[in-house]
Design a binder for this molecule. Sequence first.
Ligand code: PLP
Length: 401
Amino acid sequence: MNDAFYERIHAELRDIDAKGLTKPERVLMSAQGPLVEIAGSPRPVINLCANNYLGLANDPRVVEASIEATRKWGAGLASVRFICGTQDIHKQLEASIAAYLGFEDAILFAAAFDANGGIFEPLLGEQDAIISDSLNHASIIDGVRLCKAKRYRFANNDMNELESLLKQARSDGARTIMIATDGVFSMDGTIANLGAITALAQRYDALTLIDDCHATGFLGPGGRGSAAFRGVEGKIDIITGTFGKALGGAMGGFIVARKAVVDLLRQRARPYLFSNALTPAVCGASLAAIDIAKSEDGEQRRARIVGNAKRFRATMTAAGFDLLPGEHPIIPVMLGDAPKAQRMAAALLKAGVLASGFSFPVVPVGKARIRTQMSAALTPDQVDEAARIFTDVGREIGVIS
Ligand SMILES: *Cc1c(COP(=O)(O)O)cnc(C)c1O
């Protein structure tokens, strides 16, 4: 027992709270969906903050596939993949996601966080360079930290700075240069400028890696993600992604790449080598979700996401809200200061909408916001109802007049 240590922890918690930065966890009493029951809320609320883009998290086909997989393959493997933790369902899921995204091979991880944490170190060493977007996900930042390659960072989506860093890395003598970017930046909903990025990669003989967690399954033709959206499929070397968002929403990460890259990752990626195999339930759910994403039903779901996003944007803009422009179902409602965003989120919940307020350090100081996310599971009526509640609450709090 070290009293000073526990005092320090308490002080840190008090400090987080005093700054209004404590992130409470709301307890759902129901499955994930367009309406959720929340402990302490008198009635179900409209959910605008899940990454359940295709609305498959509680889809009966996905749930059934997950149950079936558990019946057939058991609860889990009690092993990492290379000892005795590989079942045919893991191979099926790797083949399915690789084929869907048009890559030679795929490798599974417990989470996309692990995929990003494990990818850089085996592929790049001291003689190499990673050029990373400043708004990249925390897991890319951590993965880059674990790797010995020289690091370069460009301002979000700044293609001029990216080019000057490519020149810099070349003149610094880099053996291999890898550009790493989120396909979609989750706080703003902006889609990476992959046309320019792949053109620059070609000019400077660099590799490209994108983290497509907020795109796989629903963005671009066939839902094949931000590369498809930008028309540069086939020009990306490596994509990392998740089964925990649009593709069923269970959990689990993956990397798709050329076979040799995947082969090396199976030998060297530490979160793969030293962590349990994905549970069969997750594999079954994810396989079913990929099948739906590729189907006519998936096409209709993607159309509903786009329709809901247009509808919400139009109504909210007409009501006087300040939205970040964009083409993604992430629609940030800008509020400016952090306490206002918190008050707004709390009042929205009381009035029947679940949405999350984000403030510093997740977004820049003075750019606090409520991030809303559209889903194929929301009906147009629910979208309208959510906008109406936003409008009422926004007037009450003085965000709009
Ligand atoms: C959600 C997310 C992750 C983490 O995915 P998990 O599978 O939940 O670990 C990584 N990168 C980005 C860009 C994400 O949005």
